[in-house]
Design a protein around this ligand. Sequence first.
Ligand code: NI
Length: 391
Amino acid sequence: MANINRFAEMLPEITAWRRDLHENPELLFDCHRTAGVVAEKLKAFGVDEIKTGLGRTGLVGVIKGKSTASGKVIGLRADMDALPMQETTGVEHASKVDGKMHACGHDGHTAMLLGAAKYLAETRNFDGTVVVIFQPAEEGGGGGKEMVDDGMMDIFGIQEVYGMHNMPTLPVGHFAIRPGPLMAATDQFDIYVEGKGGHAAMPHNTIDTTLVASQIVVALQSIVGRNIDPLANVVISVTSFETESKAYNVIPQRVHIRGTCRTLTPEARDQSEAAIARVAAHTATAFGATARLEYERGYPVTKNHPEQTEFAVEVARALSGEQAVIDDVDPVMGGEDFSYMLEARPGAFIFAGNGDTAMLHHPDYDFNDEMIPTGCSYWVKLAETRMPASA
Ligand code: NI
């Protein structure tokens, strides 16, 4: 419990960091100010090494324990980017930038990992090396992938990686995790349907693209129900339907459908992609039209490794008690680019309670500063338990 008490003391300081980041949100890879603030603080904490420019604006800090004889190296990761949304919280520390806000709590993630870094650099009560990872562009840019592609894991010899995300509705101090798939692969698709435009009063002289595209939208919804194993969780959502025509009396030549496909296994992902292509093409053919699919694979499944997940549960339970940790939470169909780090190294991603707040990506959302001691303590306990200092 020593950590929790120490972080209760540090709470005003870490809260101030968090609110400063909240006031100054940055999008995707444009995290220059945020990365600058992080680098400056890591330097002030006296970490052993700072490397910037990994994944463009990403950076890491290296903290060596009192001993490094164990040869162990673990990575702890936070994300730094905000969202292109207008904040409506009305709080004093609200975003000062029009159209940008920290609506996913990455300001809190960054502040909590900084708090842990400060503590670890002061105490160094472990045998091994901690690499604190601050990544840009989690919200769609693949900053985590770019850091991995830039060789981060090999450069620092990282053997295991851990990530954390705040979760509204889960009480503060509580954790939720599961081994295996925790978050979905997030793919997007475009379907370009082409018929034969013409006068709306003479449909028999046209191939009504709007009708064909509507049939495709309906048929796509049969994939999850009829083609995919009911136990494999899949979501196919059509999110945009755009015709060329804005007139009341014109049947358009072309319709553009957009959507997202979320899956939890490689098999379901391959099956869904193939089924979307088949349904679009053949539905169009049935009506004498054509459909062309562009399917783009996004973040892979965020898949927790069993051993590291079990360890994360142990740490969370030691911190918060048996009752406060769900170890078999349902997967979430949102995506997360920590998935790339979990593909590169074994590790685990955990949800930590943000309490009774607005949901993630809602304009009223704000990170709950009351969870800072829990988040910081989790990081510290994880490092100190995984790489215990010899007495
Ligand atoms: Ni997020």
